[in-house]
Design a protein around this ligand. Sequence first.
Ligand code: NIG
Ligand code: FE
Length: 389
Amino acid sequence: MTTTLVTNIATLVTNDPAAGEGPLGLVQDAAVVMDGDTVAWAGPAAHAPAADTAYDAAGRAVVPGFVDSHSHLVFAGDRTAEFNARMSGRAYSAGGIRTTVAATRAATDAELEANLTRYLDEALRQGTTTFETKSGYGLTVEDEARALRIAARHTDEVTYLGAHVVSPDYADDPAAYVALVTGEMLDACAPYARWVDVFCEKGAFDGDQARAVLTAGKAKGLTPRVHANQLSYGPGVRLAVELDAASADHCTHLTPDDVDALASGNTVATLLPGAEFSTRAEWPDARRLLDAGVTVALSTDCNPGSSFTSSMAFCIALAVRDMGMTPDEALWSATAGGAAALRRTDIGRIAPGARADLALLDAPSHVHLAYRPGVPLVSAVWRRGVQVV
Ligand code: NIG
Ligand code: FE
């Protein structure tokens, strides 16, 4: 196995409190040694062990590769017209999902996969080394299963979201659609997925329907995650905690009881500021969640409707500017927080034994991700120890 030394790092974010300062485990004048696909050593450059090859970080910052724990990347078409209308004053509604469903059903497998890899490459260039993605734009047994089959070729973090909205084919009989999602569609999809998700929202699925979807998925070995409390108050967050979901995603409209539930359980609150940005909605209150002791993740929600960004750095900047997070908290949530939302300990940190996923920033510290919004600061990326950017 070849070892590689990345040295002359001005600021290293390890997310390993034992290795450095604060929750980010910050080390100044640092180095990292990778052994094959794994981190072998991280610490002060002066103490770095020898390695086969060396890379000079030239006084810049290194952070763990971003963990994007929530995206919807198996789709076709785009919704420019809907975005344009929204920016002229129209409100966002979940109804736009059906536009993408029609385009996705009409696309070939090759078209869907080419679209997926295009956005994955785009995300990788911006430092995302792990991503989760979902079905939800097929809404038939065949179309949901093929979305997951295609996604599973590119990531282990695949989520079955047959319950995105009621299929237009079942507009008159939502109960029959829930029966399909919890029956034949689940049987066809479960082999490709690790997670089951439901959009628990007015106009999508209510609390009872969401519970049916999540418990059926659990019985098939899938772990729940929930689109919860995005557009309005509702039962999604409490249901997620009750069913020990890995994450409750969006969390924009929270009562004190919702916050207490998140603080008392194992469910991560995944905040998706790209959605509030692109729908001109009110921001989730990250400060309130952090002060209550909730684990917070940040993700893109990349999808053609409500949040068409693949940039974790953009989400960090929004979270710092508009959601009350410090730059340190936002960086943690976009890396270690995302790993927690995926119940992973091998990613989101740069520590011995972790996967060698690193992003080099063209900046002296991670704070520049928020301080220099919109600037493409990621200048090199290693994924599983291989330099891919
Ligand atoms: O997470 N909320 C539901 N699903 C997506 C939106 C999907 C769409 O508009 O196409 C979301 O924001
Ligand atoms: Fe989403």
